[in-house]
Design a protein around this ligand. Structure first.
Ligand SMILES: C[S@@+](CC[C@H](N)C(=O)[O-])C[C@H]1O[C@@H](n2cnc3c(N)ncnc32)[C@H](O)[C@@H]1O
Length: 266
């Protein structure tokens, strides 16, 4: 895996994800229902993380393979006894061998969505299906705005591209260009309780951004604390609980029976 092609802000620690990030797979029922895994079929889980949902697909009787770029999370998934490949999903190596491709909360971390979609298409057998959910247009808009304002206050005006949050028509175009048929894409606003609090959320999900910017120590703590302070009127409920302003995009599609489209190299 060439690290240069990966999103530099996608940085994960399995122990922190298992606590602060546990709500992510816990809220995966809707996309699992879209997948509806069947006994004996082969499923690829793209960006499987620590394998919490991958294990549920296996428990449904499917033969599931995980694929993820984080060494820490891949180790955690393998510790569950799952088959997981370590690699960049923009370069999936599979050829027509899966009945279904699944993904939860991962595709927005991948900055070349066309390459990922082409790889997911190629991984499917003709007639195979796609069921995915990830961050959609408007996802965590208040959090991103507050963090950008705080970073600017600290003199950071340039940030690396860190997320891909498409509209439904944009993502349908990506899937269509990759060769998919029967495409449906839609947004689901999903305010989400963040039991660990906003500062812990920021450390888990935006710690990688601050790492990429080289911000640590007291300044990092101050940036997260000030961001949470800015967000308090919008995202802290009267009972003191924090809610993240998540918007998900869901997509289903199918690989038709014909040959995949020819793509120019690059
Ligand atoms: C928020 S986690 C979601 C994990 C899991 N699907 C879940 O529902 O808990 C995002 C995952 O995407 C993975 N990821 C990000 N960029 C990737 C890439 N280019 N290739 C493969 N995995 C990637 C990360 O390593 C991380 O495990």
């Amino acid at each position: 895996m060439t690290k240069e092609s990966l999103n530099p802000t996608s940085r994960w620690d399995a122990a922190a994800y298992a606590t602060t990030g546990a709500f992510v797979p816990a809220l995966g029922d809707a996309v699992l229902a879209l997948l509806a895994p069947q006994t004996g079929e082969r499923v690829l889980d793209v960006g499987c993380g620590d394998g919490a949902l991958t294990a549920r697909i296996a428990a449904a009787g499917a033969e599931v393979v995980g694929y993820d770029a984080s060494e820490s999370l891949v180790a955690a998934a393998r510790a569950r006894g799952l088959v997981v490949h370590l690699g960049d999903a923009a370069r999936l190596p599979f050829d027509g061998e899966f009945d279904a491709v699944f993904s939860n909360a991962a595709l927005h971390w991948m900055l070349d969505p066309g390459a990922v979609a082409r790889g997911m298409f190629a991984s499917l057998r003709p007639g195979g299906r796609l069921a995915v959910e990830f961050g959609g247009f408007g996802n965590i808009a208040a959090i991103r705005t507050a963090l950008a304002a705080t970073l600017a206050r600290h003199g950071v005006h340039e940030r690396p591209a860190d997320q891909y949050y498409p509209t439904p028509p944009q993502y349908a175009d990506v899937l269509r260009a990759a060769g998919f048929d029967e495409i449906t894409t839609w947004l689901v606003p999903r305010p989400t309780l963040v039991a660990a609090g906003m500062v812990a959320w920021l450390e888990t999900f935006r710690g990688g951004l601050l790492d990429a910017l080289g911000v640590d120590g007291d300044e990092r703590r101050a940036i997260f604390a000030e961001t949470a302070e800015l967000l308090e009127p919008a995202l802290r409920a009267a009972d003191g609980t924090w809610w993240a302003d998540y918007v998900r995009i869901r997509a289903t599609a199918r690989r038709g029976g014909g040959e995949p489209p020819r793509h120019a190299a690059g």
